[in-house]
Design a protein around this ligand. Structure first.
Ligand code: NOJ
Ligand code: CA
Length: 706
């Protein structure tokens, strides 16, 4: 070989091609992308420290649906081109933690061709606080269909990171978090699964499988989070850990046939995200996931509004009352004559009680009242994998839908609709138009939906591609009717609320309801903002004032929180939809503390993350949208927390009145949860407040401009 042909061979040989570096705008984060022996690989450094080691990218495909012959789509690529660009823009969310968000990144797209002739691009975006990458499948004549056996995106961790994790599961996210090193996950998995055996649907897949958003901390103190953004028409990604090599590989949710996904080009996958920051507060401040979503797709958003609500709910969840009108063992909703049935006497969604909740909401300034158990079918909704459970249209005989909505409207309040699908998604789709039309007819503008139990069509999973498409179908159709959606048990959010801001909430994690099913761990709310909330707001339903549930229901569960911490959660658990979840009779006993829930804002100009450590404590200050008022909240774990808060976020020279709702000296989530103090004082930007959160405690401050 002469010198010239050697150089040519060198240029064409993938094995010796040089990696391309893409840097974040501030230069601290560097992603190196390469094609090595035909395999796309990347690695990530932060401040010259290795965070993600060399990791492979690609897929295993099936030839087609019937013949599941495997195609290796991770090796045998050649590079066609590299395209780089820079983006810098600022946008305003319809609602959010701040009124203006900067979206600034450098990008690289690697254009590849597989040796079977198919094209695939891998696109990287590198921000100051992390990276996103996705696969793009350009349109190509007749070869447009891809059948996914598995996505093979690797995330090779450079060290044995600490992780705050929940088990990988195709059907539930309602787990408590476990905190341990990556190398310890497999050892802990059996007891974690045992402790969660009661979940209404659960399908785990590996003793090292975990869900995203996964929060980690490296041995040298960097905060690393793996998640995904813009999950559309694709299965939800879990992570499976090879704990010898500390390498995660993507693990998609399958369908009923075991296929993981169906692609028709042109197509791109969701973004795979790796957030990297040098402090915990920066992780909370990150807008990486929202920035990787598409801008708002709705022309008119004037009907979307942040909402504070109460609900005919906690009394059912705790077992005091029932959703069902009768105690019949089973019903057929088109045949059962409820008007001829004996009521069970415990049905709470009745005319008198709903009026009482409407009066309470109206008196205290809440804009909506959620009513669950208003529609027939609840007698055998759970655990039967029954297809036609609800029609979402027909009220029980003691719920006068017209009169109650008229009454609510006369008092300046709206009722909030409830659609429990019991996992029967196809049945919900059959009724959806009529159900939304019924809402419009009576003046509802928001729906809480739910997907409890195994999914129907039978064999599908909550987080498979089919259900991911269902959830978005429900959101888009709701937008056509100008309806806001808060879906429980749906796939965990990935920032789609930027594109569809009528998605005002999701549950998709273990919420306050579990305080009535055995309790949440005291550190739970110090972890959720790092994990679940990265993808979008959570309908956590805080505000429980009576921690001893046995006082009013046949239920020995205790709420693992102090009362002051319940107030702090309205600030630490960001959501444009906030519930005051307890019953009016409990709030009436503590009206001075309830004042904070009445006052707290639910939409913000600015958020300042004052101090945080996952699993320990979080303290956040937020400025109410269009106002000079600020609200501060803290939640702390079972060790409590001592804060020294500098109020230097306030406008210099201005005087404010701070009302501090704190744990009393002797407060404790187990022994004395309702002991709190309320203190008023004048503060300025120079003030420093020393505040102590009790064990399982917290505090809340409203700071009003004088
Ligand atoms: C589970 C939801 O999370 C809860 O809020 C709801 O009350 C029940 N399902 C019944 O739909
Ligand atoms: Ca739930």
């Amino acid at each position: 070989m002469n010198y010239k042909s050697f150089l040519l061979a060198l240029a064409l040989c993938p094995a010796v091609m040089r990696a391309t570096d893409v840097k974040s705008p501030d230069g601290r984060l560097v992603v190196s992308v390469d094609l090595q022996n035909g395999t796309p690989v990347y690695k990530v450094n932060y401040d010259k420290r290795e965070v993600v080691k060399k990791s492979k990218l690609g897929f295993e495909l099936y030839e087609n649906f019937q013949d599941r012959k495997v195609i290796d789509f991770q090796n045998n690529f050649e590079k066609l081109k590299e395209v780089t660009s820079t983006f810098d823009d600022t946008w305003s969310p319809v609602w959010g933690e701040e009124s203006s968000i900067r979206n600034n990144y450098n990008s690289l797209t690697l254009e590849l061709k597989h040796n079977d002739g198919r094209l695939m691009n891998i696109c990287f975006r590198v921000f100051n606080d992390g990276i996103g990458f996705r696969y793009e499948f350009p349109q190509q004549g007749a070869t447009n269909y891809y059948f996914i056996k598995e996505e093979k995106s690797e995330f090779a961790m450079a060290g044995d990171n600490m992780a705050w994790w929940i088990p990988g599961d195709y059907d539930t996210q309602e787990y408590s978090y476990t905190t341990c090193k990556l190398s310890e996950i497999a050892g802990k998995m059996p007891s974690v699964l045992k402790a969660h055996e009661g979940n209404s649907s659960s399908t785990t897949f590996s003793n090292t499988g975990v869900q995203t958003s996964l929060q980690m901390k490296t041995p040298d103190g960097l905060y690393v989070n793996i998640h995904e953004a813009a999950l559309v028409d694709y299965p939800c990604m879990h992570l499976n850990l090879d704990d010898k090599n500390l390498t995660f590989t993507s693990w998609l949710t399958p369908d009923a046939t075991g296929m993981k996904g169906y692609i028709q080009a042109p197509f791109h996958t969701p973004w795979r995200t790796i957030m990297i920051t040098d402090s915990a507060t920066k992780a909370l401040a990150s807008r990486l996931i929202l920035n990787l979503n598409e801008p708002c797709a709705l022309d008119d958003v004037s009907w979307i509004h942040p909402t504070k609500y109460v609900g005919v709910w906690w009394a059912m969840i705790t077992g005091k009352n029932t959703w069902a009108y009768t105690d019949l063992p089973n019903v057929k909703i088109d045949e059962t004559r409820y008007d001829k049935c004996e009521p069970n006497g415990k049905h709470l969604a009745n005319n008198d009680s709903v009026r009482r909740y409407i009066d309470f909401a109206s008196k205290h300034g809440f804009s909506e009242v959620l009513v669950e158990g208003w529609n027939k079918g609840w007698e055998d909704w759970f655990g039967k994998t029954k297809e036609y459970v609800f029609d979402f249209l027909t009220p029980y005989p003691d719920f006068d839908i017209k009169a109650l909505n008229d009454y609510a409207h006369s008092k300046g309040v709206k009722l909030m609709m409830h659609h429990e699908t019991s996992g029967s998604a196809r049945n919900y789709e059959r009724h959806m138009d009529q159900a939304y039309q019924l809402m419009k007819k009576y003046g509802y503008d928001a729906v809480k939906s739910g997907y409890v139990g195994p999914i129907l069509p039978r064999g599908e999973y909550h987080y498979g591609q089919w259900m991911v498409n269902h959830y978005l179908y429900a959101i888009k159709k709701a937008a056509d009717y100008k309806i806001m959606v808060n879906a429980h048990e749906a796939v965990r959010p990935t920032g789609l609320c930027r594109t569809y801001p009528n998605l005002v909430g999701n549950e998709s994690a273990r919420g306050t309801e579990y305080e009535a099913f055995g309790g949440n761990t005291p550190d739970h709310t110090t972890i959720l903002p790092f994990t679940r909330l990265q993808g979008g707001p959570m309908d956590y339903t805080p505000g429980i004032f009576e921690m001893n549930i046995s006082k009013f229901a046949d239920n020995s569960s205790k709420v693992n929180s102090t009362l002051a911490r319940q107030l702090g959660l309205y600030v630490t658990m960001y959501s444009p939809l906030q519930m005051a979840a307890d019953m009016p009779e409990h709030y009436e006993q503590f009206m001075d503390a309830f004042q904070f829930i009445k006052d707290v804002a639910i939409d913000w100009d600015k958020s300042v993350y004052l101090e945080a450590e996952p699993g320990d404590y979080i303290t956040i200050a937020r400025k109410a949208k269009g106002s000079e008022d600020w609200f501060v909240g803290n939640t702390s774990d079972e060790n409590g927390h001592q804060s020294v808060l500098k109020l230097d976020f306030l406008t210099p020279g201005k005087k404010y009145t701070a009302t501090i709702y704190a744990d009393a000296k002797n407060a404790d989530y187990q022994n004395n949860p309702q002991a709190y103090t309320i203190k008023k004082q004048t503060v300025t930007s120079k003030s420093v407040l020393k505040l102590k959160a009790a064990r399982g405690g917290g505090y809340a401050i409203s700071i009003k401009a004088n």
